[in-house]
Design a protein. Structure first.
Length: 386
């Protein structure tokens, strides 16, 4: 089997995907713009061949790379990057080389927030009221229905980049005075906690693995306020969250890939859909999958790619948590004090790639415990400001 991995070195913790593909006997064919000798040794050992391009944004170079791999190894069976940023590029390449997976005609409903809403509504999942706004009067018409505050975000965007919370007419006017040229989706602000339903679906749409997470703050709030974030996995997934997550996964026809579905838990206890992402959740969350369930989700995905099925069994024995800190902030407790305080509950700690730092911080701590209140306590200790 021939599997192309776009940008297999990023994020850094994703190299085991390639390692396990090779262990399952696949030809692992990497394409990226990083010099080969800068790849980590485990990744180099896993790659059957590596094709360096000058720029991953240069589609002609990607076409030549896949053409070369096809000439040398035969038909390409799978192609992925597990990265939201490259979803549309992947789809174009799958169209051009007739590769199984998401295609260009499926992109709008999983990339455009305005189209996501339609799928949610068809599945009878509650959503925030909103629409594309091109002019000030469009926004004013929406706000007449919803009131302030509202959130303006690119209709196609990744994370909380260029996302704004607008709280009054003055801020609305300022937004339109400096509005980027991209289409913007504006919706009512939903007060609530961010929850996610995450997992891996097989090619029949069955959930081979699933879990859920609760977040201390929303990514938009964390990025815009430059605050600290922590989040943790559930041991027992709330029944309504699992039911909503399953319905959304079915509505979007998730097959043969990871998914990350976001919801608000509103003060009245309800759920409102936020966004759908057809890739693993970001940061170190795939590692949290493993620590919380004593599994290897990298190996499970590789098995699915090569064999078409997953033989994964698991129990949610632990809460696994990520706690981030930012380099500019003065914290009450030193790194050494954090290590001492967390003890054996601290699974790992490491610097975080700069792309993720606005949301996740510059340094991250991964915890594991059977007791959720302990996570809140340790996160409070780690993130306490001097």
């Amino acid at each position: 089997m021939n599997i192309v991995f776009l940008s297999p070195h990023f994020p850094p913790n994703y190299y085991p995907f390639s390692v396990h593909l090779r262990r399952w006997g696949a030809n692992v064919l990497g394409i990226a713009d990083l010099p080969y000798d800068q790849l980590r040794p485990e990744l180099r050992a896993a790659l059957t061949e590596y094709y360096r391009v000058d720029d991953l944004h240069n589609y002609d170079q990607l076409l030549r790379a896949l053409g070369y791999f096809t000439h040398r190894y035969g038909k390409i069976d799978r192609l992925d990057s597990h990265n939201e940023y490259w979803l549309e590029t992947e789809a174009r390449l799958r169209d051009d080389f007739n590769i199984l997976g998401l295609r260009v005609h499926q992109m709008d409903r999983i990339k455009r927030k305005s189209e996501m809403k339609k799928v949610y509504q068809k599945a009878e999942i509650a959503v925030a009221r909103g629409r594309i706004v091109r002019k000030l009067k469009d926004a004013e018409s929406l706000i007449a229905e919803t009131g302030y505050p509202v959130v303006a975000k690119p209709d196609v965007g990744v994370g909380a980049a260029r996302t704004y919370k607008i709280q009054n007419p003055e801020e609305l006017a300022a937004f339109f005075a400096d509005k980027p040229t991209a289409n913007y989706f504006m919706e009512e602000f939903i007060q609530g906690q961010i929850l996610s339903f995450d997992g891996l679906a097989d090619y029949d749409g069955k959930l081979a693995f699933y879990t859920a997470h609760a977040y201390s703050h929303g990514v938009m709030e964390t990025v815009n306020s430059n605050g600290d974030l922590y989040y943790y996995s559930y041991r027992e997934i709330p029944a309504d969250l699992e039911e909503a997550g399953r319905r959304v996964a079915q509505a979007f026809d998730v097959r043969g890939r990871f998914f990350h579905l976001e919801f608000f838990r509103t003060p009245d206890g309800g759920l409102v859909a936020l966004e759908v992402n057809m890739r693993p959740p970001g940061g170190l969350t795939t590692d949290l999958f493993n620590y919380a369930n004593d599994i290897d989700v990298y190996a499970a995905w590789a098995e699915l790619m090569v064999t078409g099925s997953v033989s994964l069994t698991y129990e949610r024995s632990y809460h696994a948590a990520y706690v981030g800190r930012k380099s500019f902030r003065q914290y009450a407790h030193s790194h050494a004090e954090v290590l001492a305080r967390c003890g054996e509950l601290l699974i790992s700690h490491q610097p975080i790639d700069g792309v993720f730092a606005p949301a996740l911080g510059n340094y991250g701590y991964v915890l594991r415990t059977t007791d959720q209140p302990t996570i809140d306590e340790l996160a409070g200790f780690i993130q306490k400001v001097a």
